[in-house]
Design a protein around this ligand. Structure first.
Ligand SMILES: [Mg+2]
Length: 296
């Protein structure tokens, strides 16, 4: 499939004839037309848009205002905006870049130039997305890395009331796996267990690899009983998973988990995770392959 067709471009211009012209130029893309700023802002909430082509002079909300609104919201901030406008004075161009425009094309524009500029922005966006993925994911397992986990956890912690649970998970005797079968097998085990945990967690949960064989989860479940059910299910699924490590050879692993709940007296996210970590320590001390809830 042509990858262009997967890209969605929102074209905002009050002139229908301009829109028709741009539609013809961008025929290789999925284009959503819109004839007003208000309409464009409503559309962008419902559709997944990769790029916006934005007229400046429009009755009602002008293009600058639309761009400012897009750049002020987390969900739309990273969508590149190319202004297409009849305004050619330097102040207008400068303003367009100042408020976050990625590029500026003046009318009347040359079709091939517009197409080339669209391609540049989409290519740039792909690179940024790839870099962002690499910077935020654990390269082995594909789940959030430590840094990203903590960033997202801080947000979740700040927004949550008291129904927020932290779970620290550690693979039991993982060193033995590495020593006995080698690091390559160790990596396979990590990948397999990550997949199993990921599938067993309710959505939305935050799940990251925070150490070698250590994982952290933040979840909202609706009470301690339910939280512990989730944790036991995760543990059971891991126990049941047979990991293929060579011809006719499978192994299985167990995990230990420590669970803590956000309380009124829990001062910070770090405190909550420390509580969960202490519970994990107890689970390890108590013989592993178990989960312990930290009562404070
Ligand atoms: Mg106009």
């Amino acid at each position: 499939m042509d990858e262009n067709l997967e890209k969605t471009i929102l074209v905002v211009d009050d002139s229908e004839s301009n829109i028709d012209m741009i539609l013809a130029i961008l025929k290789a893309y999925d284009v959503i037309p819109s004839t007003s700023g208000e309409d464009a802002l409503a559309l962008i909430k419902e559709e997944s848009v990769d790029l916006v082509l934005l007229d400046i002079l429009m009755p009602g909300m002008d293009g600058y205002t639309v761009c400012r609104k897009l750049k002020s919201q987390a969900e739309t901030r990273d969508i590149p905006v190319i202004f297409i406008t009849a305004k050619t004075d330097e102040e207008s161009i400068e303003k367009a870049y100042d408020i976050g425009g990625a590029d500026y094309v003046t009318k009347p524009f040359k079709p091939k130039e517009l197409l080339a500029r669209v391609k540049v922005q989409l290519k740039l966006q792909n690179v940024i997305r790839e870099l962002d993925f690499m910077a935020t994911r654990d390269s082995l397992t594909g789940i959030y890395n430590r840094r990203r986990f903590f960033q997202l956890a801080e947000q979740m912690y700040a927004e949550a009331s008291d129904d927020l649970y932290a779970v620290m998970i550690d693979i039991d005797h993982f060193k033995r796996v590495n020593d006995r079968y080698g690091h390559h097998t160790g990596d396979d085990v990590l990948k397999s267990i990550t997949r199993t945990i990921s599938r067993a967690l309710p959505k939305p949960s935050l799940f990251g690899r925070v150490g070698g064989e250590e994982f952290a989860v933040l979840l909202k479940t609706g009470g301690q009983t339910r939280a512990m059910e989730v944790v036991s299910l995760v543990q059971q699924k891991v126990n049941e998973t047979l990991i293929n490590i060579g011809e006719n050879l499978t192994i299985s692993c167990t995990i230990s988990s420590g669970v803590a709940c956000k309380q009124e007296e829990t001062a910070t996210l770090d405190c909550l995770l420390r509580e969960a970590d202490m519970a994990l320590y107890k689970a390890k001390e108590g013989g592993r392959n178990q989960s312990i809830f930290r009562d404070v």
